[in-house]
Design a protein around this ligand. Structure first.
Ligand code: NAD
Length: 293
């Protein structure tokens, strides 16, 4: 039988752990870890995400500092705010909600964030640290994927396993592949130019799908007993005309073939914010270590 990996429960457990560590941190005399969230413009989805992040930050006992800027803010003003947050001793983590308006150079804004406050783990310095096996801040969704795999299979089962990552974005695919390599998997990365995706899937003990195409991966391609982490979030219309979220993997046809699979929604999604909170605490610890050094 196929086991459904419960990302909601795993996220709740991780956040409870973070909350306990925050209590310990403040009890030993440190100020509460603080996350600054920068939102530019009025995109409704981004507003929902930001509100959610702020609410959950406070729920684990950390401080949330919101900065809402108008959609037409110029790049220099945004960079100025980032510089201020970098220099602010009261701020541990900085998150700039993406996407940014088109007139803003996103790469430049991310590059301006202090890497030790970069709780999204998107700065090139953090990507480099991850690639070189150095301590740093790891992107939240990839970290969530690794934690789910470790909890489902155990660290030892990852050693030498054939892991296929589908997708090579800076946000998901590449960092997931680096984390799996760090966990001693034999890693293959498939992408839009891969010639025979079904064949690559057939060889994989672990499949992490991060493409953004509804039900691209058929259950019948999977190796029997494979573990599937489905990062894809795709909005589709049902035959009845209703809107529904589905993953990159066809969840129904994977039943009875995969050993474990994350549902969409309720799989990787909830882990992302839980990892953001864990990263904010980690940033506070990094900041403290830097002050002591
Ligand atoms: P992206 O568009 O930046 O990257 C998609 C990748 O898929 C590319 O590297 C491309 O080469 C590859 N690809 C495209 N077509 C392919 C094909 N036919 N076969 C194999 N590979 C193919 O997307 P992203 O930002 O990496 O996000 C991927 C998906 O994950 C999206 O559905 C997104 O919504 C979702 N996502 C979820 C979370 C979360 O759960 N919190 C976070 C980030 C992204």
């Amino acid at each position: 039988d196929t086991q459904r990996i419960d990302g909601k429960a795993a996220a709740a457990a991780l956040s409870a752990e973070t909350a306990a560590k925050v209590t310990e941190w403040t009890a030993s005399g440190h100020r509460r870890p603080a996350l600054a969230v920068v939102l530019v413009g009025e995109d409704p989805a981004s507003q929902v995400y930001v509100r959610n992040k702020q609410r959950q930050t406070e729920a684990v006992g950390m401080r949330s500092i919101g900065h809402h800027l108008p959609a037409d803010i110029d790049q220099a003003a945004l960079l100025h705010l980032v510089a201020e947050l970098n220099a602010d001793p009261e701020v541990d983590g900085i998150l700039v909600q993406l996407p940014l308006p088109k007139h803003i150079d996103t790469a430049r804004v991310i590059a301006a964030i202090d890497p030790d406050k970069d709780v999204d783990g998107l700065h090139v310095v953090n990507a480099g640290r991850l690639a070189n096996g150095l301590a740093g801040l790891v992107p939240c969704t990839p970290l969530g994927c690794l934690i789910l795999l470790e909890q489902t299979l155990g660290r030892e089962a990852l050693r030498g396993a054939n892991a296929l990552v589908i997708g090579r974005s800076i946000l998901v695919g590449k960092p997931v592949a680096q984390l799996l390599l760090g966990a001693n998997c034999t890693v293959t990365i498939a992408h839009g130019s891969t010639r025979d995706l079904p064949d690559a899937v057939r060889a994989a003990d672990i499949v992490v799908a991060a493409v953004g195409r509804p039900k691209l991966i058929a259950g019948g391609w999977l190796k029997p007993g494979a573990t599937v982490i489905d990062v894809g979030i795709n909005r589709v219309e049902t035959p009845a005309g209703k809107s529904q979220l589905v993953g990159d993997v066809d969840y129904e046809s994977a039943q009875g073939i995969a050993a474990h699979i994350t549902p969409v929604p309720g799989g990787v999604g909830p882990m992302t914010i839980a990892c953001l909170l864990a990263n904010t605490l980690k940033a506070a610890e990094l900041r403290r270590a830097r002050l002591l050094a």
